[in-house]
Design a protein around this ligand. Structure first.
Ligand code: OXD
Ligand code: MN
Length: 605
């Protein structure tokens, strides 16, 4: 039964039913009965059915399920992801583009009758707490029960999501997904930002099919945010509670593989814990931010769960993330431990199961398989875990107003050049720093420096329009926020010595850098003005308890601003702006070029 009277939803669902021709249409109300029935159905599929999900050991992992996607379908596919705005300029140099009509003409035959013999599930969901002034409604149509069960964890799913839509509103995102034949040659992840529409076909992997996440909450939402005066960013949100009970909120954007989930769930060093510091997680991947009534910038996490990379997650690296996965979690492409029907992945512990099923489904002897160079779990295997499982989830997680942001952090993986932390001179300079976010591949063992990959604001694959206009939007937001704008910082946890060893301990010790950042926001610590921004003065990063590891000499290296390296950095940024962006149709705001000139002049002073 349809769960809404909204005429736009009903008309669109009818149209998509006529196109895809499912045998049956089921509206997902979010009730336990319905979810239990779907779980029973999907776990009863025969072995070998690519749609099958498996129930795990219900004593050790209550409510947990396991699934394997096809080996050709294990990650987001950026080369098959499109932004279909009416002009190519509107999509800009960082996106694949095709005219909307042309794309629809190509995809319509693929969708025509694709759900014959299948059921279409109609999933209403809210990104953000239902009723929040920052939240938005989406509807995903899919032929996959796996998608329904994952969306139940990642979003506020079900009838309640329609509550605030009314009967006539058109403000909902239309997502059409079919796994079709999971044919990689016909796989497309397509966005029509001007129509609030997403079409995804021939994939069954999370990032391509959980349309609330990257597709809506970043690509479509970034476009909406530009038009409506807010921001959708690839940022974690955390709260640092100080001994006096006050909490400061920080967002942070890092490219993949820089430890975003780890920072979001940071456990402070012992000394800080003793003093009464606590860290709370609001989000680990996406932040929607909008000026509040008091003129400050407020953020919500539009998601309701964590879609985290499993390998590397363990009791030491991130005990909070591990704890998230102990109940009501869906595991995808990890390994099975057949001895007790639980899951295993690389670096979970030092005991790979002897009786294992690797991620492609073959029964193997785990230790022997690994010794021969195999991965038991796929490196991009995932857990989909409810946010409420997180031991350090913020008490403000469901606050419809969001949390006020004091600081925005950018960072990347840089072996040299970039100091441990520095503060921008102002918002415009901070926007420049965001545009310069990059990460390099490092062969840590040999210290070889790899390729530098530009990933502005860690949003390169997720900006739903022209990157030049996106930077202009950042500058406009700064103007609107004025002196209430969050302070902007850059961090680098990955500096190396000549031998390629990391010289900053990272993980929980990153709290020491957050501490300095918070003090800068409060104006309680001074800073050194350098050519590139404000750096900590000697002794201002607290190293109590790690003095042996981070000696004054190491700290000098961590905070060094090397003129030659920075001159090269500025030259590379000029090349990037000119060749990769401006020459390819990105209009770079003059204010950002001015920042380049300013830093260059500072370096030559
Ligand atoms: C993610 C990503 O899955 O950024 O969060 O790739
Ligand atoms: Mn991400």
């Amino acid at each position: 039964m349809a769960l809404t009277n909204n005429k736009n939803v009903l008309a669109w669902v009818d149209e998509m039913v006529a196109l895809t021709k499912p045998d049956k249409v089921v509206w997902i109300d979010g009730s336990k009965e319905q979810l239990d029935a779907l779980t029973a159905e999907v776990t009863a599929f025969p072995d070998g059915d690519p749609n099958k999900m498996y129930e795990l050991n219900q004593d050790k992992l209550p409510g947990c399920l396991y699934h394997r996607t096809l080996p050709n379908d294990v990650a987001r596919v950026e080369d098959r992801t499109f932004i279909c705005t009416s002009t190519k300029e509107a999509a800009g140099p960082t996106n694949n583009w095709m005219a909307p009509d042309e794309m629809k003409a190509m995809l319509t035959p693929l969708y025509d009758g694709v759900m014959k013999g299948r059921t279409m599930y109609v999933i209403p969901y809210s990104m953000g707490p239902i009723g929040s002034p920052l939240a938005k409604v989406g509807v995903e149509l899919t032929d996959s029960i796996y998608v329904v069960l994952n969306m139940n964890i990642m979003t506020r799913m079900g009838a309640a999501a329609f509550e605030n839509l009314g009967d006539t509103s058109d403000d909902f995102v239309r997502g059409l997904h079919s796994k079709a034949d999971v044919d990689p040659e016909k796989r497309y992840i397509v966005h029509f930002p001007e129509e609030n529409t997403i079409w995804s076909i021939n994939s069954a992997y999370g990032g391509n099919v959980l349309l609330g996440k990257k597709c809506f909450a970043l690509r479509i939402a970034s476009f909406q945010g530009k038009n409506e005066g807010w921001m959708a960013e690839h940022m974690l949100i955390l709260g640092v509670q100080k001994p006096n009970g006050e909490t400061k909120y920080i967002t942070a954007a890092f490219p993949s593989a820089c430890g975003k989930t780890n920072l979001a769930m940071l456990i402070p060093p012992e000394g800080y814990q003793k003093d009464g510091y606590k860290v709370f997680t609001v989000g680990d991947d996406i932040a929607w931010m909008k000026p509040g009534k008091d003129g400050r910038l407020y953020a919500i996490n539009p998601e309701n769960g964590f879609f985290g990379v499993a390998p590397g997650t363990n009791e030491k690296s991130n005990p909070n993330a591990l704890a998230c996965t102990r109940k009501n979690t869906i595991f995808t492409n990890v390994a099975l431990n057949n001895e007790d029907n639980t899951v295993w992945w690389e670096k979970l512990d030092k005991n790979p199961p002897v009786d294992a099923t690797e991620w492609k489904g073959a029964k193997v002897n785990g230790p022997e398989f690994i010794a021969e160079g195999g991965n038991l779990a796929h490196p991009n295997s995932r857990f989909t875990a409810p946010a409420e499982n997180c031991p350090c989830i913020s008490p403000e997680f469901n606050n419809p107003e969001g949390v006020p942001i004091d600081a925005i952090i950018f960072g990347g993986r840089r072996a040299s050049t970039t100091p441990l932390v520095y503060q921008s001179f102002d918002w415009t300079h901070g926007t420049y720093i965001g545009s310069a976010v990059s990460s390099e591949t490092t062969a840590a063992a040999t210290g070889a420096v790899g390729v530098l990959r530009h990933d502005p604001m860690a949003m390169k694959p997720f900006i739903g329009y022209n990157v030049g206009d996106y930077w202009a939007h950042w500058l406009e937001m700064g103007e609107k926020l004025g002196d209430k704008a969050p302070k902007i910082f850059n961090v680098n946890w990955f500096k190396q010595d000549e031998e390629g060893n990391f010289i900053w301990p990272g993980f929980g010790d990153n709290m020491r850098v957050l501490d300095w950042i918070i003090k800068r926001c409060e104006g309680t610590v001074d800073a050194e003005e350098t050519a590139i921004g404000y750096l900590p003065k000697k002794g201002d990063i607290n190293v109590e308890g790690i003095e042996d590891e981070v000696t004054p000499e190491i700290m000098d290296k961590l905070l060094a601003v090397d003129k030659d390296l920075w001159t090269k950095e500025i030259a590379e940024m000029r090349r990037y702006y000119n060749d990769d962006i401006a020459a390819k149709g990105g209009k770079i705001p003059a204010a950002l070029y001015a920042e380049l000139d300013k830093i260059e002049a500072n370096l030559n002073k």
